[in-house]
Design a protein around this ligand. Structure first.
Ligand code: 9UX
Length: 68
């Protein structure tokens, strides 16, 4: 299992946190998700055999936020 810390720009309320948490959690291979509005980041645990850190960044972008 791997873990990645993704910087997320553009979250402005807990609804954003909930939406992003849901999208990441629904992604195959994701095993844990912790999104912080205050820190502007998402810590994601995942199985590298099923999903990549870059694919996770794409999920964040598809949610309407900037990932880096
Ligand atoms: Mo809050 Mo975020 O009203 O996409 S849900 S700004």
């Amino acid at each position: 299992m791997e873990e990645v810390l993704i910087k997320v720009a553009g979250m402005s309320c807990q609804g954003c946190v909930k939406n992003l948490t849901g999208a990441l959690s629904a992604t195959p291979g994701v095993t844990s998700v912790a999104v912080s509005l205050e820190q502007g980041e998402a810590r994601v645990g995942y199985d590298p055999a099923q999903v990549s850190a870059n694919a996770l960044r794409t999920v964040v972008e598809d949610c309407g936020f900037d990932a880096s």
